[in-house]
Design a protein around this ligand. Sequence first.
Ligand code: ATP
Length: 442
Amino acid sequence: MDDLVALCKRRGFIFQSGEIYGGLQGLYDYGPLGVELKNNIKNAWWSSMVYENDNIEGLDSSILTNPLVLKYSGHEETFSDPMVDCKSCNQRFRADQIPKECKPEDLTEPRMFNLMFKTNVGPVDDGENFAYLRPETAQQIFTNFKNVVDSTSKSIPFGIAQVGKAFRNEITPRNFIFRVREFEQMELEYFVEPGKDEECINSWVQKRIEWWEKQGVPTESIELYEVPKDELAHYSKRTVDLMYNFPHGLEELEGIANRTDFDLGSHSKKQEELGIKSQVKNNRNSNSKLAVQNEHGDWYVPYVIEPSAGVERGFLAILNEAFVEEDLDDGKTRTVLKLKPHLAPVKAAIIPLKKNNEEIVALSKSTKNLLQDLGLGRVMLENTGNIGKGYRRQDEIGTPICITVDFDSLEDNTVTIRDRDTMDQTRLKISELPNFFINKIR
Ligand code: ATP
Protein backbone atom coordinates (compact mmCIF):
# COMPACT_ATOMS: atom_id res chain seq x y z
CA MET A 1 0.00 0.00 0.00
CA ASP A 2 2.83 2.40 0.87
CA ASP A 3 4.32 1.96 -2.61
CA LEU A 4 0.99 2.70 -4.25
CA VAL A 5 0.34 5.76 -2.09
CA ALA A 6 3.82 7.08 -2.84
CA LEU A 7 3.45 6.52 -6.58
CA CYS A 8 0.02 8.18 -6.58
CA LYS A 9 1.38 11.29 -4.93
CA ARG A 10 4.68 11.44 -6.86
CA ARG A 11 3.16 11.07 -10.27
CA GLY A 12 -0.05 13.01 -9.71
CA PHE A 13 -2.73 10.37 -9.41
CA ILE A 14 -4.10 11.18 -5.96
CA PHE A 15 -3.56 13.95 -3.41
CA GLN A 16 -4.97 14.39 0.05
CA SER A 17 -7.81 16.91 -0.11
CA GLY A 18 -6.99 20.27 1.44
CA GLU A 19 -3.45 19.08 2.07
CA ILE A 20 -1.97 22.56 2.42
CA TYR A 21 -4.27 23.08 5.42
CA GLY A 22 -3.55 19.71 6.97
CA GLY A 23 -6.12 17.76 4.97
CA LEU A 24 -9.54 16.46 5.91
CA GLN A 25 -9.95 12.81 6.78
CA GLY A 26 -11.51 10.50 4.23
CA LEU A 27 -11.32 12.96 1.34
CA TYR A 28 -8.99 12.84 -1.66
CA ASP A 29 -8.39 14.84 -4.84
CA TYR A 30 -7.55 13.23 -8.15
CA GLY A 31 -4.61 14.78 -9.99
CA PRO A 32 -3.77 15.01 -13.70
CA LEU A 33 -3.31 11.26 -14.14
CA GLY A 34 -5.86 10.17 -11.53
CA VAL A 35 -8.67 11.99 -13.26
CA GLU A 36 -7.80 10.22 -16.53
CA LEU A 37 -7.68 6.77 -14.95
CA LYS A 38 -10.91 7.39 -13.07
CA ASN A 39 -12.68 8.61 -16.20
CA ASN A 40 -11.40 5.61 -18.15
CA ILE A 41 -12.73 3.18 -15.52
CA LYS A 42 -16.13 4.90 -15.52
CA ASN A 43 -16.25 4.99 -19.33
CA ALA A 44 -15.40 1.28 -19.53
CA TRP A 45 -18.25 0.52 -17.13
CA TRP A 46 -20.69 2.81 -18.92
CA SER A 47 -19.84 1.35 -22.27
CA SER A 48 -20.24 -2.24 -21.05
CA MET A 49 -23.62 -1.39 -19.51
CA VAL A 50 -25.36 1.27 -21.58
CA TYR A 51 -23.78 0.96 -25.03
CA GLU A 52 -23.45 -2.81 -25.17
CA ASN A 53 -26.95 -3.60 -23.90
CA ASP A 54 -29.93 -2.30 -25.82
CA ASN A 55 -32.12 -2.71 -22.78
CA ILE A 56 -30.05 -0.57 -20.41
CA GLU A 57 -30.47 3.21 -20.26
CA GLY A 58 -28.37 5.83 -18.47
CA LEU A 59 -29.29 8.44 -15.87
CA ASP A 60 -27.58 11.31 -14.06
CA SER A 61 -29.67 12.38 -11.09
CA SER A 62 -29.11 15.13 -8.54
CA ILE A 63 -26.84 14.62 -5.57
CA LEU A 64 -28.94 16.72 -3.20
CA THR A 65 -31.85 14.48 -2.35
CA ASN A 66 -35.37 15.21 -1.13
CA PRO A 67 -35.57 13.80 2.41
CA LEU A 68 -38.78 11.95 1.51
CA VAL A 69 -36.79 9.77 -0.89
CA LEU A 70 -34.54 8.67 1.94
CA LYS A 71 -37.37 8.38 4.40
CA TYR A 72 -39.28 5.85 2.27
CA SER A 73 -36.09 4.03 1.21
CA GLY A 74 -35.44 3.34 4.90
CA HIS A 75 -32.16 5.27 5.04
CA GLU A 76 -33.34 7.78 7.65
CA GLU A 77 -34.13 4.98 10.05
CA THR A 78 -31.59 2.33 9.25
CA PHE A 79 -28.57 3.72 7.41
CA SER A 80 -26.44 3.74 10.51
CA ASP A 81 -23.40 2.00 11.87
CA PRO A 82 -22.76 1.06 15.49
CA MET A 83 -20.06 3.28 16.94
CA VAL A 84 -17.93 2.74 20.04
CA ASP A 85 -15.41 4.94 21.84
CA CYS A 86 -12.19 3.64 23.29
CA LYS A 87 -11.51 5.33 26.65
CA SER A 88 -7.84 4.42 26.49
CA CYS A 89 -6.81 5.81 23.07
CA ASN A 90 -9.72 8.28 22.86
CA GLN A 91 -10.59 7.19 19.37
CA ARG A 92 -13.90 6.26 17.82
CA PHE A 93 -14.48 3.09 15.80
CA ARG A 94 -17.15 1.22 13.93
CA ALA A 95 -18.10 -1.60 16.31
CA ASP A 96 -17.03 -4.26 13.78
CA GLN A 97 -13.69 -2.57 13.05
CA ILE A 98 -12.01 -2.21 16.44
CA PRO A 99 -8.22 -2.55 16.31
CA LYS A 100 -6.67 -5.37 18.32
CA GLU A 101 -4.79 -2.91 20.56
CA CYS A 102 -8.05 -1.67 22.18
CA LYS A 103 -9.11 -3.74 25.21
CA PRO A 104 -12.79 -4.71 25.55
CA GLU A 105 -12.98 -3.15 29.05
CA ASP A 106 -12.01 0.25 27.60
CA LEU A 107 -14.86 0.32 25.07
CA THR A 108 -18.21 2.07 25.49
CA GLU A 109 -21.50 0.39 24.57
CA PRO A 110 -22.20 0.75 20.81
CA ARG A 111 -24.36 3.74 19.80
CA MET A 112 -26.04 3.99 16.40
CA PHE A 113 -24.74 6.73 14.17
CA ASN A 114 -26.51 7.76 10.91
CA LEU A 115 -24.06 8.00 8.02
CA MET A 116 -25.95 10.51 5.88
CA PHE A 117 -24.71 14.08 5.39
CA LYS A 118 -27.40 16.74 5.67
CA THR A 119 -27.25 20.22 4.23
CA ASN A 120 -29.37 23.33 4.38
CA VAL A 121 -31.39 24.25 1.28
CA GLY A 122 -32.35 27.89 0.63
CA PRO A 123 -31.36 31.02 2.54
CA VAL A 124 -32.91 30.26 5.94
CA ASP A 125 -31.05 27.79 8.11
CA ASP A 126 -33.95 26.82 10.38
CA GLY A 127 -33.34 23.07 10.33
CA GLU A 128 -36.60 22.53 8.40
CA ASN A 129 -35.39 23.05 4.85
CA PHE A 130 -32.71 20.51 4.29
CA ALA A 131 -31.62 17.89 1.81
CA TYR A 132 -29.33 14.90 2.10
CA LEU A 133 -26.24 14.32 0.05
CA ARG A 134 -27.16 10.96 -1.45
CA PRO A 135 -25.57 7.98 0.32
CA GLU A 136 -25.94 5.85 -2.84
CA THR A 137 -26.92 6.65 -6.41
CA ALA A 138 -29.60 3.95 -6.50
CA GLN A 139 -32.54 5.73 -4.89
CA GLN A 140 -33.06 8.35 -7.58
CA ILE A 141 -32.93 5.59 -10.17
CA PHE A 142 -36.00 4.14 -8.47
CA THR A 143 -37.77 7.50 -8.18
CA ASN A 144 -37.17 8.06 -11.93
CA PHE A 145 -38.44 4.60 -12.86
CA LYS A 146 -41.65 5.83 -14.47
CA ASN A 147 -39.94 8.75 -16.24
CA VAL A 148 -37.52 6.36 -17.90
CA VAL A 149 -40.18 3.77 -18.79
CA ASP A 150 -42.46 6.42 -20.29
CA SER A 151 -39.75 8.24 -22.22
CA THR A 152 -37.99 5.18 -23.64
CA SER A 153 -40.87 2.66 -23.95
CA LYS A 154 -38.80 0.04 -22.17
CA SER A 155 -40.37 -3.20 -21.05
CA ILE A 156 -39.21 -5.71 -18.46
CA PRO A 157 -36.44 -6.88 -18.29
CA PHE A 158 -34.47 -3.66 -18.57
CA GLY A 159 -31.98 -1.66 -16.54
CA ILE A 160 -31.05 1.87 -15.57
CA ALA A 161 -27.37 2.68 -15.01
CA GLN A 162 -25.84 5.58 -13.16
CA VAL A 163 -22.33 6.69 -12.23
CA GLY A 164 -21.88 9.43 -9.68
CA LYS A 165 -20.86 10.70 -6.30
CA ALA A 166 -22.16 9.28 -3.05
CA PHE A 167 -21.44 10.52 0.46
CA ARG A 168 -21.18 8.64 3.73
CA ASN A 169 -20.05 10.06 7.02
CA GLU A 170 -17.93 6.97 7.73
CA ILE A 171 -16.90 6.69 11.36
CA THR A 172 -13.41 5.53 10.49
CA PRO A 173 -12.33 6.33 6.94
CA ARG A 174 -9.12 4.44 6.23
CA ASN A 175 -6.89 2.41 3.98
CA PHE A 176 -6.21 5.22 1.54
CA ILE A 177 -9.10 5.47 -0.96
CA PHE A 178 -10.70 2.20 0.15
CA ARG A 179 -13.05 3.73 2.70
CA VAL A 180 -13.70 7.42 2.18
CA ARG A 181 -16.47 9.90 2.91
CA GLU A 182 -17.00 11.07 -0.66
CA PHE A 183 -16.76 8.48 -3.41
CA GLU A 184 -18.25 7.44 -6.70
CA GLN A 185 -20.46 4.50 -7.43
CA MET A 186 -21.24 2.70 -10.66
CA GLU A 187 -24.68 1.26 -10.13
CA LEU A 188 -27.06 -0.68 -12.29
CA GLU A 189 -30.64 -1.35 -11.28
CA TYR A 190 -31.90 -4.20 -13.44
CA PHE A 191 -35.65 -4.77 -13.31
CA VAL A 192 -37.03 -8.26 -13.81
CA GLU A 193 -40.25 -10.19 -13.38
CA PRO A 194 -40.56 -11.75 -9.90
CA GLY A 195 -39.54 -15.39 -10.31
CA LYS A 196 -36.78 -14.53 -12.78
CA ASP A 197 -34.74 -12.79 -10.06
CA GLU A 198 -32.70 -15.77 -8.87
CA GLU A 199 -31.42 -16.68 -12.30
CA CYS A 200 -30.80 -13.01 -13.04
CA ILE A 201 -28.57 -12.34 -10.02
CA ASN A 202 -26.41 -15.34 -10.93
CA SER A 203 -25.92 -14.06 -14.43
CA TRP A 204 -24.95 -10.57 -13.19
CA VAL A 205 -22.40 -12.01 -10.76
CA GLN A 206 -20.82 -13.81 -13.72
CA LYS A 207 -20.91 -10.75 -15.99
CA ARG A 208 -19.37 -8.53 -13.36
CA ILE A 209 -16.48 -10.92 -12.73
CA GLU A 210 -15.82 -10.99 -16.48
CA TRP A 211 -15.85 -7.19 -16.59
CA TRP A 212 -13.27 -6.92 -13.81
CA GLU A 213 -11.07 -9.41 -15.66
CA LYS A 214 -11.14 -7.10 -18.71
CA GLN A 215 -10.01 -4.23 -16.48
CA GLY A 216 -6.99 -6.22 -15.31
CA VAL A 217 -8.42 -7.65 -12.08
CA PRO A 218 -8.14 -11.39 -12.72
CA THR A 219 -10.92 -13.78 -11.74
CA GLU A 220 -8.47 -15.73 -9.56
CA SER A 221 -8.00 -12.69 -7.33
CA ILE A 222 -11.74 -12.27 -6.72
CA GLU A 223 -13.55 -14.33 -4.10
CA LEU A 224 -17.32 -14.59 -3.91
CA TYR A 225 -18.80 -13.92 -0.49
CA GLU A 226 -22.35 -15.10 0.00
CA VAL A 227 -23.64 -12.65 2.63
CA PRO A 228 -25.24 -14.77 5.41
CA LYS A 229 -29.00 -14.34 5.88
CA ASP A 230 -28.64 -12.64 9.28
CA GLU A 231 -26.24 -10.04 7.85
CA LEU A 232 -28.34 -9.10 4.82
CA ALA A 233 -29.56 -5.50 4.47
CA HIS A 234 -33.27 -5.19 5.25
CA TYR A 235 -34.22 -5.00 1.56
CA SER A 236 -32.11 -7.87 0.33
CA LYS A 237 -33.15 -11.43 -0.46
CA ARG A 238 -29.60 -12.34 -1.42
CA THR A 239 -26.32 -10.45 -1.70
CA VAL A 240 -23.10 -11.70 -3.25
CA ASP A 241 -20.01 -9.58 -2.62
CA LEU A 242 -17.05 -9.68 -4.96
CA MET A 243 -14.14 -9.68 -2.52
CA TYR A 244 -10.72 -8.57 -3.65
CA ASN A 245 -7.40 -9.03 -1.93
CA PHE A 246 -6.56 -5.34 -1.39
CA PRO A 247 -3.10 -4.44 -0.07
CA HIS A 248 -4.67 -4.20 3.43
CA GLY A 249 -6.67 -7.44 3.15
CA LEU A 250 -9.61 -9.21 1.58
CA GLU A 251 -12.56 -6.79 1.33
CA GLU A 252 -15.59 -5.87 -0.75
CA LEU A 253 -14.97 -4.46 -4.22
CA GLU A 254 -18.54 -4.70 -5.46
CA GLY A 255 -21.85 -5.92 -4.08
CA ILE A 256 -24.56 -7.60 -6.15
CA ALA A 257 -27.93 -7.65 -4.43
CA ASN A 258 -31.39 -9.00 -5.09
CA ARG A 259 -33.42 -6.07 -3.72
CA THR A 260 -36.76 -7.69 -4.64
CA ASP A 261 -39.73 -5.30 -4.98
CA PHE A 262 -38.66 -3.33 -1.91
CA ASP A 263 -37.47 -0.14 -3.62
CA LEU A 264 -40.12 0.41 -6.27
CA GLY A 265 -42.72 -0.81 -3.77
CA SER A 266 -41.51 1.68 -1.14
CA HIS A 267 -41.65 4.69 -3.47
CA SER A 268 -44.96 3.84 -5.13
CA LYS A 269 -48.43 5.23 -4.62
CA LYS A 270 -51.42 2.84 -4.37
CA GLN A 271 -49.20 0.23 -2.71
CA GLU A 272 -52.25 -1.74 -1.52
CA GLU A 273 -53.24 -2.54 -5.14
CA LEU A 274 -49.89 -3.92 -6.16
CA GLY A 275 -49.39 -7.10 -4.14
CA ILE A 276 -45.99 -5.95 -2.87
CA LYS A 277 -44.13 -8.82 -1.21
CA SER A 278 -41.56 -6.84 0.81
CA GLN A 279 -42.23 -5.03 4.04
CA VAL A 280 -42.58 -1.39 2.96
CA LYS A 281 -43.47 1.79 4.76
CA ASN A 282 -46.98 3.07 3.97
CA ASN A 283 -46.31 5.77 1.36
CA ARG A 284 -48.52 8.84 1.67
CA ASN A 285 -46.44 11.20 -0.46
CA SER A 286 -45.60 9.58 -3.79
CA ASN A 287 -47.63 10.61 -6.84
CA SER A 288 -46.41 7.85 -9.11
CA LYS A 289 -47.33 4.19 -9.49
CA LEU A 290 -44.00 2.40 -9.91
CA ALA A 291 -45.36 -0.74 -11.49
CA VAL A 292 -45.83 -2.33 -14.90
CA GLN A 293 -48.50 -4.55 -16.47
CA ASN A 294 -48.04 -8.21 -17.34
CA GLU A 295 -49.44 -9.81 -20.50
CA HIS A 296 -52.87 -10.17 -18.82
CA GLY A 297 -52.96 -6.47 -17.98
CA ASP A 298 -52.37 -7.04 -14.25
CA TRP A 299 -50.11 -4.56 -12.45
CA TYR A 300 -47.05 -5.79 -10.59
CA VAL A 301 -43.91 -4.30 -9.07
CA PRO A 302 -40.76 -5.63 -10.77
CA TYR A 303 -37.93 -7.12 -8.74
CA VAL A 304 -34.55 -5.47 -9.02
CA ILE A 305 -31.03 -6.87 -9.22
CA GLU A 306 -28.31 -4.37 -8.34
CA PRO A 307 -24.62 -4.66 -9.18
CA SER A 308 -23.01 -1.76 -7.27
CA ALA A 309 -19.31 -1.04 -7.58
CA GLY A 310 -17.15 1.70 -6.10
CA VAL A 311 -14.94 3.61 -8.53
CA GLU A 312 -12.24 4.23 -5.87
CA ARG A 313 -12.10 0.59 -4.82
CA GLY A 314 -11.86 -0.34 -8.50
CA PHE A 315 -9.08 2.23 -8.96
CA LEU A 316 -7.15 0.74 -6.04
CA ALA A 317 -7.59 -2.86 -7.22
CA ILE A 318 -6.62 -1.98 -10.80
CA LEU A 319 -3.50 -0.08 -9.65
CA ASN A 320 -2.56 -2.87 -7.28
CA GLU A 321 -2.76 -5.45 -10.07
CA ALA A 322 -0.90 -3.26 -12.56
CA PHE A 323 1.96 -2.22 -10.26
CA VAL A 324 5.14 -4.18 -11.01
CA GLU A 325 8.76 -3.71 -10.03
CA GLU A 326 10.96 -5.46 -12.56
CA ASP A 327 14.64 -6.35 -12.38
CA LEU A 328 16.39 -5.43 -15.58
CA ASP A 329 19.41 -7.08 -17.27
CA ASP A 330 21.68 -4.16 -16.39
CA GLY A 331 21.06 -4.74 -12.67
CA LYS A 332 18.67 -1.81 -12.36
CA THR A 333 14.96 -2.03 -11.61
CA ARG A 334 12.03 -0.30 -13.24
CA THR A 335 8.54 0.44 -11.95
CA VAL A 336 5.85 -0.31 -14.52
CA LEU A 337 2.10 0.06 -14.38
CA LYS A 338 0.89 -2.72 -16.65
CA LEU A 339 -2.53 -1.14 -17.07
CA LYS A 340 -4.85 -2.36 -19.78
CA PRO A 341 -4.30 0.11 -22.65
CA HIS A 342 -7.91 1.38 -22.59
CA LEU A 343 -7.42 2.40 -18.93
CA ALA A 344 -3.99 4.00 -19.26
CA PRO A 345 -4.10 7.73 -18.37
CA VAL A 346 -1.79 8.52 -21.30
CA LYS A 347 -2.20 6.38 -24.40
CA ALA A 348 1.05 7.29 -26.11
CA ALA A 349 3.97 9.61 -25.47
CA ILE A 350 5.81 11.23 -28.36
CA ILE A 351 9.45 11.83 -27.52
CA PRO A 352 11.60 14.07 -29.75
CA LEU A 353 15.24 12.90 -29.82
CA LYS A 354 16.51 16.47 -29.49
CA LYS A 355 14.38 18.90 -27.57
CA ASN A 356 15.84 21.95 -29.29
CA ASN A 357 15.71 20.72 -32.87
CA GLU A 358 12.86 22.62 -34.49
CA GLU A 359 12.20 20.13 -37.29
CA ILE A 360 12.16 17.13 -34.94
CA VAL A 361 9.90 18.93 -32.48
CA ALA A 362 7.56 20.05 -35.28
CA LEU A 363 7.26 16.49 -36.63
CA SER A 364 6.69 15.24 -33.05
CA LYS A 365 3.86 17.73 -32.59
CA SER A 366 2.17 16.81 -35.86
CA THR A 367 2.51 13.11 -34.95
CA LYS A 368 0.93 13.83 -31.59
CA ASN A 369 -1.98 15.64 -33.25
CA LEU A 370 -2.43 12.79 -35.72
CA LEU A 371 -2.97 10.34 -32.84
CA GLN A 372 -4.80 12.76 -30.57
CA ASP A 373 -7.40 13.38 -33.27
CA LEU A 374 -8.37 9.71 -33.22
CA GLY A 375 -10.18 10.44 -29.95
CA LEU A 376 -8.89 7.44 -28.00
CA GLY A 377 -7.63 9.46 -25.03
CA ARG A 378 -4.69 11.59 -24.07
CA VAL A 379 -1.53 11.57 -26.20
CA MET A 380 1.33 13.66 -24.85
CA LEU A 381 4.50 15.25 -26.02
CA GLU A 382 7.33 14.30 -23.65
CA ASN A 383 9.91 16.89 -24.59
CA THR A 384 12.59 16.38 -21.94
CA GLY A 385 15.38 15.55 -24.35
CA ASN A 386 16.32 12.35 -22.54
CA ILE A 387 14.81 9.28 -24.13
CA GLY A 388 15.83 6.79 -21.43
CA LYS A 389 14.31 8.95 -18.70
CA GLY A 390 11.24 9.53 -20.85
CA TYR A 391 10.69 5.77 -21.16
CA ARG A 392 11.04 5.27 -17.38
CA ARG A 393 8.61 8.09 -16.61
CA GLN A 394 6.06 6.71 -19.03
CA ASP A 395 6.49 3.12 -17.75
CA GLU A 396 5.75 4.32 -14.26
CA ILE A 397 2.42 5.85 -15.30
CA GLY A 398 1.45 2.96 -17.55
CA THR A 399 1.73 4.53 -21.02
CA PRO A 400 1.42 1.57 -23.43
CA ILE A 401 3.69 2.99 -26.16
CA CYS A 402 6.38 5.58 -26.58
CA ILE A 403 7.09 6.96 -30.03
CA THR A 404 10.47 8.50 -30.71
CA VAL A 405 11.06 10.98 -33.49
CA ASP A 406 14.72 11.26 -34.59
CA PHE A 407 16.86 12.49 -37.50
CA ASP A 408 15.96 9.50 -39.67
CA SER A 409 12.30 10.38 -39.18
CA LEU A 410 12.92 13.64 -41.04
CA GLU A 411 14.30 11.68 -44.01
CA ASP A 412 12.03 8.66 -44.28
CA ASN A 413 8.93 9.46 -42.18
CA THR A 414 9.41 6.55 -39.84
CA VAL A 415 9.44 6.54 -36.03
CA THR A 416 10.56 4.15 -33.30
CA ILE A 417 7.77 2.49 -31.33
CA ARG A 418 8.75 1.21 -27.92
CA ASP A 419 6.43 -1.19 -26.12
CA ARG A 420 5.88 -0.67 -22.38
CA ASP A 421 5.67 -4.32 -21.38
CA THR A 422 8.25 -5.99 -23.62
CA MET A 423 10.47 -2.88 -24.07
CA ASP A 424 10.86 -4.05 -27.69
CA GLN A 425 11.50 -1.36 -30.25
CA THR A 426 10.32 -1.39 -33.85
CA ARG A 427 10.40 1.07 -36.69
CA LEU A 428 7.11 2.08 -38.31
CA LYS A 429 6.01 4.49 -41.03
CA ILE A 430 4.07 7.47 -39.66
CA SER A 431 1.32 6.70 -42.18
CA GLU A 432 0.88 3.27 -40.54
CA LEU A 433 0.85 4.70 -37.04
CA PRO A 434 -2.92 5.42 -36.70
CA ASN A 435 -3.88 1.81 -37.45
CA PHE A 436 -1.21 0.44 -35.17
CA PHE A 437 -2.34 2.78 -32.39
CA ILE A 438 -6.03 1.96 -32.78
CA ASN A 439 -5.30 -1.76 -32.56
CA LYS A 440 -3.11 -1.31 -29.53
CA ILE A 441 -5.48 0.89 -27.53
CA ARG A 442 -8.79 -0.75 -28.39
P1 ATP B 1 -18.78 -1.66 3.41
O1 ATP B 1 -19.41 -2.85 4.04
O2 ATP B 1 -17.36 -1.88 2.95
O3 ATP B 1 -18.97 -0.38 4.18
P2 ATP B 1 -21.17 -1.47 1.89
O4 ATP B 1 -21.60 -2.89 1.87
O5 ATP B 1 -21.79 -0.52 2.82
O6 ATP B 1 -19.58 -1.41 2.04
P3 ATP B 1 -22.59 -0.82 -0.45
O7 ATP B 1 -23.60 -0.03 0.25
O8 ATP B 1 -22.94 -2.19 -0.94
O9 ATP B 1 -21.26 -0.90 0.43
O10 ATP B 1 -22.01 0.07 -1.63
C1 ATP B 1 -21.67 -0.46 -2.90
C2 ATP B 1 -20.22 -0.20 -3.24
O11 ATP B 1 -19.87 1.17 -3.00
C3 ATP B 1 -19.23 -0.99 -2.39
O12 ATP B 1 -19.04 -2.29 -2.93
C4 ATP B 1 -17.99 -0.16 -2.49
O13 ATP B 1 -17.26 -0.46 -3.67
C5 ATP B 1 -18.51 1.25 -2.59
N1 ATP B 1 -18.41 1.93 -1.29
C6 ATP B 1 -19.29 1.88 -0.28
N2 ATP B 1 -18.89 2.62 0.77
C7 ATP B 1 -17.70 3.18 0.39
C8 ATP B 1 -16.78 4.07 1.01
N3 ATP B 1 -16.99 4.57 2.22
N4 ATP B 1 -15.66 4.42 0.34
C9 ATP B 1 -15.42 3.95 -0.91
N5 ATP B 1 -16.27 3.11 -1.54
C10 ATP B 1 -17.39 2.73 -0.92
